[in-house]
Design a binder for this molecule. Structure first.
Ligand SMILES: Cc1cc2nc3c(=O)[nH]c(=O)nc-3n(C[C@H](O)[C@H](O)[C@H](O)COP(=O)(O)OP(=O)(O)OC[C@H]3O[C@@H](n4cnc5c(N)ncnc54)[C@H](O)[C@@H]3O)c2cc1C
Ligand code: SF4
Length: 345
């Protein structure tokens, strides 16, 4: 590990002032950043510890939604009574990720900024454009089982690993940030990036911006029909091959509105309003669900060859979308227990 300076901030102003814009990093739970530093994948010259900042509250917001503090832990968020009652999709998604110990440490802000789990990104012996821009991408033509089928570029085919962020995308969350230039609010759809020519940039957040909170708009219309389904290589403690957040508003057998977000398939949680629009006004059923799945997966392209190929993800994602929609139509699937596959009933 490289040497680095460490300081502990007591308030938001102090944290913003302490951070050296280009060389420093805020540290919250440390469950991702410290691993990356130990592997020499990230080498910040300075850490500003933000754990004492008063950003851990979860409270109703004036519009009837909810505000989640950036430093509220993933476990505290998932088990909060208001989250369980009003946003069971979010609770279930968070509890489908990592392990109880990690969720106790991991913060909501850190979860938004966790980095890809591409094996080559962690392996400093192999070229990686995300780690060292211009070096090349080892996953293209290599092992790509975990990699993207949508939105990839010739420079990077990595996926975003978060479960929480897939639920936040479906819920139309907003990320609130502060910097020495002032505060701003970023819709979740604009927060994570596709890799394009700059795979080293995961998000639209500047390095000196501090995440303060995440707000969720009221969810009442969808509350009775939401599902987070995560498919992975083993039952627990594994990242998603494909995950689906599905939300339906149903009135007498007819779909009034729908939200669909995919995880494990792209550099950011994947949504396409055109696929959701296809469901509106349709009767609940296989035909409409299959049409929406095909629309959401339009342009899906496999990566890798032989045993390293992720071609299996395309039919897997299609079946997962259709199944999640059927489950959502029957009623909200919650799973607040540990080590149980989300979406299993
Ligand atoms: C073994 C293992 C398995 C895992 N499995 C899953 C899984 O299945 N699903 C899943 O979704 N996640 C999984 N995770 C990831 C885990 O959820 C993240 O590591 C965690 O959410 C990161 O939060 P943190 O507070 O520890 O972030 P840190 O490690 O402290 O920080 C991560 C990044 O966020 C930045 N940061 C943190 N807070 C702020 C802030 N408020 N403002 C600006 N920048 C900030 C840091 O500078 C750093 O760049 C797993 C992690 C591990 C180690
Ligand atoms: S897919 Fe992205 S993260 Fe993985 S090796 Fe290629 S450039 Fe690096």
């Amino acid at each position: 590990m490289n040497p680095f300076a460490y300081s502990r901030a007591q308030d938001v102003g102090g944290a913003l002032q302490a951070l050296l814009a280009t060389e420093g990093k805020f540290i919250a739970g440390g469950t991702n950043l410290l691993d990356l530093m130990k592997e020499n994948v990230m080498r910040p010259a300075q850490l500003v510890d933000i754990n004492r900042l008063p950003l851990d509250t979860i409270e109703p917001s004036p519009d009837g939604g909810l505000r989640l503090g950036a430093l509220a832990r993933n476990a505290a968020t998932a088990y909060h009574p208001l989250v369980r009652e009003q946003y069971p999709l979010l609770s279930t998604a968070i509890l489908a990720g990592a392990s109880p110990q990690i969720r106790n440490m991991a913060s909501n802000g850190g979860n938004l900024l966790q980095r890809t789990r591409c094996y080559y990104f962690y392996d400093r012996g192999t070229p990686c454009n995300k780690r060292n821009p211009g070096e090349g991408c080892s996953a293209i033509g290599g092992l790509a089982r975990q990699h993207a089928i949508l939105g990839a570029s010739e420079h990077c085919i990595a996926t975003h690993p978060s479960d929480m962020c897939v639920a936040l995308a479906a819920l139309d969350a907003t990320v609130h940030v502060a910097s020495p230039r002032g505060d701003r609010a970023i819709p979740i759809a604009d927060f994570h990036r596709l890799p394009g020519e700059r795979p080293d940039m995961d998000t639209t957040l500047a390095n000196d911006e501090l995440i303060l909170s995440i707000t969720l708009p009221p969810s009442a219309g969808f509350r009775g029909h939401s599902v987070y389904m995560k498919l992975r290589e083993r039952l627990s403690y594994a990242f998603a091959l494909v995950s689906v957040a599905a939300m339906l508003e149903i009135d007498g057998g007819t779909i009034r509105a729908a939200r669909l977000a995919l995880g494990g398939v792209a550099h950011k949680p994947w949504r396409d309003p055109r696929a959701e629009a296809l469901l509106a006004g349709q009767p609940v059923g296989e035909e409409a669900f299959a049409r929406a799945a095909d629309a959401l997966l339009q342009g899906a392209t496999p990566q890798g060859v032989g045993v390293g190929s992720n071609a299996f993800k395309i039919p897997l994602a299609r079946r997962a979308i259709v199944r999640a929609l059927h489950q959502a139509a029957q009623g909200t699937v919650t799973n607040f227990g540990d080590n149980v596959r989300a979406g299993e009933d």
